[in-house]
Design a protein around this ligand. Structure first.
Ligand SMILES: Nc1ncnc2c1ncn2[C@@H]1O[C@H](COP(=O)(O)OP(=O)(O)OP(=O)(O)O)[C@@H](O)[C@H]1O
Ligand SMILES: [Mg+2]
Length: 315
């Protein structure tokens, strides 16, 4: 509440920890260059925000920032999505269509979840990055665009390469400037500063003056934050809505009595568990079981990858 450090900001990012200052210095160096940046960090650590920050701090700031989630596009559509297609190149291709590379022309293209891109597509992408040009599907004219590339993965890079999810040659091409994004648990007291930052924003939007209780600060400090900044932000919104003048954060396990028990891959729900909670737990446990692979998770749960993404966003 009182004896806190000032909140530092770099572009769209907030945080005053040593880990964040180190990150700011790296971003400062690379922002103004044309180097391809490869961001590696757990889910919710702010990779997309970093990509936007790099774009805004570059000479491309006035041009487009195009974000593409490679994991959310069905494998058979990804080539057309990235490189576009010519009229008549396949059934239903009624007119020529530009892909994300062309849309981002002059600006920045952010390829998120790069390890979810099918392997044959990774080969094609590498070829395009090496040559600087490509063909729209069904086209015979080479297209050349000026795009700065930023890629991201929430899997450890070396592990992704070992597991065959990311081609080593593509990794080297993308990792001209690799950046590791620290998880929230490595950011000292940033969770407190960020919680207060999010609360200030909520207060400003609603014209209120709610404050965090001292006990809540302590609880924030002692949570494990597997969902990183996204989890913190969502927690603050929920706590803000549920609280009067003093915002209270529940103890981490306060709700576990009626939620789930996780043992040997089995989920145990108590009768009366809210459906939304049960669904969330089931999805997260399945995602965990498949080591974060969204395709396998969606398929096991019998939902589309797109639906899975929508659910994860809601969480
Ligand atoms: N340093 C930060 N300061 C302020 N807000 C942040 C910061 N880092 C992340 N956020 C917020 O947290 C949320 C998650 O960030 P973001 O979407 O960039 O994470 P991500 O690493 O791309 O996650 P995922 O791997 O799940 O896609 C967003 O609402 C973002 O605005
Ligand atoms: Mg992201």
């Amino acid at each position: 509440m009182s004896s806190e450090k000032p909140l530092k900001q770099f572009g769209l990012l907030y945080g005053s920890s040593v880990a964040m200052e180190t990150l700011y210095r790296q971003l400062e160096r690379v922002a103004g260059t044309e180097a391809t940046v490869l961001l590696e960090g757990e889910s919710g650590t702010g990779k997309e925000l970093i990509a936007q920050t790099l774009h805004l701090a570059s000479r491309r700031a006035g041009r487009k920032f195009v974000a593409v989630n490679c994991g959310a596009i069905p494998a058979h559509l990804i080539e057309a999505a990235l490189f576009g297609h010519e009229k008549g190149s396949f059934t239903g291709a009624l007119r020529q269509q530009a892909g994300y590379f062309e849309h981002a022309s002059g600006g920045t293209l952010f390829l998120d979840e790069i390890t979810e891109m099918p392997c044959d597509m990774q080969v094609k992408l590498l070829r395009v990055l090496e040559s600087g040009n490509f063909y729209r599907i069904g086209g015979s004219d080479q297209v050349r665009v000026d795009v700065r590339l930023i890629a991201a993965t929430n899997r450890p890079l070396l592990q992704a390469v070992q597991e065959g999810r990311l081609r080593q040659d593509l990794m080297y091409r993308l990792a001209v400037f690799p950046v590791r994004v620290p998880p929230l648990r490595e950011r000292g007291d940033d969770m407190i500063l960020l919680a207060q930052h999010f609360l200030r924003e909520l207060n400003r939007q609603a014209g209120t003056a709610k404050q965090l209780s001292r006990l809540s600060l302590d609880r924030l400090r002692h949570r494990s934050w597997p969902g990183n900044v996204r989890e913190l932000k969502n927690l603050m919104v929920r706590a803000y809505i549920l609280s009067a003048d003093i915002v209270q954060i529940d103890a981490p396990d306060a709700r576990s009595g009626r939620r789930t028990v996780f043992a040997d891959g089995a989920l145990n729900f108590h009768v009366g568990t809210p459906l939304a909670d049960a669904q969330r737990e089931l999805i997260m446990a399945t995602l965990h079981h498949f080591s974060g692979n969204k395709r396998l998770t969606a398929s096991a749960l019998g939902i589309s990858v797109k639906t899975l993404y929508n659910r994860l966003k809601d969480f």
